[in-house]
Design a protein around this ligand. Sequence first.
Ligand code: NDP
Length: 349
Amino acid sequence: MTGNLAKAAKVVHCSARRSRVFFIKCVWQYCVNGKECAEKMELALNRFSMPAIRAIFAPMQILDGTAVAAHIKAQIKEEAAAMKASGGKTPHLAAVLVGNDPASEAYVGSKVRTCEELGFGSTLIRLEASITEGELLEVVKKLNADPEVNGILVQLPLPKHISDDIIINNIDPKKDVDGFHPISQGKMLLGQPGFLPATPYGILLMLEHYNIDTTGKHCVVIGRSNIVGTPMTVLMSRNSNPGNATVTICHSKTTNLKEMVLSADIIIAAIGRPRFVTADMVKEGAIVIDVGINRIDDPTRKSGSRLVGDVDFDNVAPKCSYITPVPKGVGPMTICGLMKNTLLAAKQA
Ligand code: NDP
């Protein structure tokens, strides 16, 4: 034990302050709590890495998107009210919904309700799925020209006969609160201030809220979409915290996916496949961010279905230091990212 403690002291000396504080608490517990804790301590020292020690001593923590979002929304609401009181603008979001896909209806509905909750203005424009690309472009151009509108979001996916890229490229970059326009993405890549894509932004806000140190960690992002996976890799590797991680991006052509994911300190799953990440792919003490939203059949539910993520939550959670649930994890944080961008757009208008 003494030898192990000496080794531990050496590692702890090189670790981040929070890890050191945590380790000292563990030693203290060991001293006062006796045998059970001594056994845990022995196990921890044998495994000998901070995440492993944390996993043994500290229970897994759920990253509660609903609670964090409530906290952030209260701040946004206060800031918007102060802006209005000092003669500034009331942030106004225009949401465009094409067709009547139930999931898109639900997402847009919740964004509009959040605007009301925060004292923002909002406009919901519903369009038939049969609308042409040209007609939709006209709607976007009108919103670009409307001085009352600070933020525009066109809910994706659009019907197949309309190009997402053409529509997004025609949104005024000053109103691109979803952060999908090439100018927003380019600024993000270059580390310049601008609108961050709403979901990755929400994930950063969550990591920040829980004070999770990502510096030097190996972060594996599964999925390379323009709206989640790819921007996530850029943000996790940038020179700030959250960030400063060593990032690996995986996709459907990755041949050694399991090996990659097993080596991750942080896993960000944005795949769109129910419970794809299983316990045998996750190392002990990992931080798991589940972006996926998948509807699966569930005859025990009145609705006959329920939402699950891209991670097999029940079996993966016991191995993690932190994990987001689905629902009530990343989803509410995406809305926070969108609302923070809308507030920023109004400030800059
Ligand atoms: P996309 O379909 O655009 O991208 C999915 C990515 O996953 C692709 O890069 C694809 O690889 C990769 N992938 C698919 N199958 C595999 C596989 N077997 N192994 C490894 N990689 C694979 O999805 P999005 O990024 O738009 O969304 C991902 C998930 O996140 C969805 O469930 C979506 O509903 C959810 N989502 C949730 C949000 C929230 O607020 N919580 C917001 C946005 C999305 P390849 O490129 O090679 O095809």
